[in-house]
Design a protein around this ligand. Structure first.
Ligand code: C5P
Ligand code: MG
Length: 297
């Protein structure tokens, strides 16, 4: 039977033969895909990270900005703030992706990073009505094939939960400007709190950073009634912290995880292969998620 499955995925999902694809246990991936296919689109929901997962990591050799980095625009912040935010990025990003540190070691440093950046942003009195223009002027870019991904899920009415430690207001503007903010899309992220004059005063709710998505997943689970009765989950992320995004799903049946390995590839390859079902190495496209969706829906 396994041999037949093998044949089926090869012909049905040729994308899995791309050289960017690594799998620890190919047979488990195939079994999961077939269970999901039998259950169909009505049993499925998708949970995805945003920055560096739905957006590209790099384009033409240049890094693509995260939602935080899109805010680095003179319409919103001054030069001094740009410099301080870059210093923080240079200090904390290497810690975030360091293969030699445990999540426990990284956690307090991430809280520090996000807290400092949010304080800097609040000092800048960012105006809500300038965000759309800043996104327009940025080089933000979704992965190649993103339109197929978003449009197919909308067409099938499969809920897409975007779970991001980035800035929710900016994230929404990016997907709106790309015409993919469809009604099946739900966003959990750090949202800005503006005063009645439209000036940033605080961030709403509990801070979400790379390594506390589990807490966010658990606290939001109850309100996402749309996800109930959909026990199959396709999960996409670029950080090991993203694996906990499905921890709020009640009675999951099949969870297939896809990890984009964008940076520090050699150092992190082993841990990614051991943690995600499918690892995509320096793959700037949505080809594999799209191939899987085509097969299971
Ligand atoms: O959407 P996602 O959860 O991936 O957003 C978080 C990402 O944003 C992190 O991986 C981090 O590298 C990045 N980040 C940033 N600037 C900050 C804070 C986080 O670029 N100030
Ligand atoms: Mg990410």
């Amino acid at each position: 039977v396994l041999a037949i499955w093998h044949q089926l995925t090869k012909t049905e999902i040729p994308e899995l033969a791309k050289c960017s694809v690594l799998m620890r246990e190919r047979s488990r991936v195939e079994e999961t895909i077939y269970s999901m296919q039998r259950a169909g689109a009505g049993s499925l929901h998708v949970i995805s990270d945003f920055d560096m997962t739905l957006t590209r990591f790099a384009h033409n050799g240049k890094r693509v900005p995260t939602t935080h980095n899109i805010l680095d625009n003179r319409l919103l912040i001054n030069e001094d703030c740009t410099r301080k935010m870059r210093e923080l990025l240079n200090t904390y990003y290497p810690i975030e992706i360091d293969a030699g540190r445990t999540v426990e070691e990284k956690l307090p440093r991430m809280v520090e990073w996000w807290t400092k950046v949010h304080e800097l942003l609040i000092e800048q009195r960012i105006r809500k009505d300038m965000l759309a223009q800043a996104v327009k002027e940025s080089s933000a870019m979704l992965r190649e094939g993103h339109n197929v991904f978003f449009d197919r899920l909308a067409e099938l009415q499969v809920p897409l939960l975007i779970f991001s430690a980035g800035v929710g207001d900016v994230l929404e503007e990016v997907i709106r400007q790309n015409d993919v903010f469809h009604p099946n899309v739900h966003v959990i992220s750090n949202y800005m709190d503006f005063d009645h004059t439209g000036v940033l005063r605080a961030f709403k709710g509990q801070l979400i950073h790379t390594f506390n998505k589990r807490e966010g997943a658990l606290s939001h689970a109850a309100c996402l009634t749309e996800l109930q009765g959909r026990p199959n989950v396709l999960l996409l992320g670029d950080s090991l912290g993203d694996l906990t995004m499905a921890d709020g799903v009640s009675k999951p049946e099949n969870i297939l995880t896809i990890g984009f390995l964008n940076d520090q590839v050699e150092e992190r390859k082993e841990s990614y292969i051991n943690s995600f079902d499918i690892v995509l190495v320096k793959d700037e496209t949505m080809d594999v998620p799209n191939g899987i969706l085509r097969c299971i829906t």
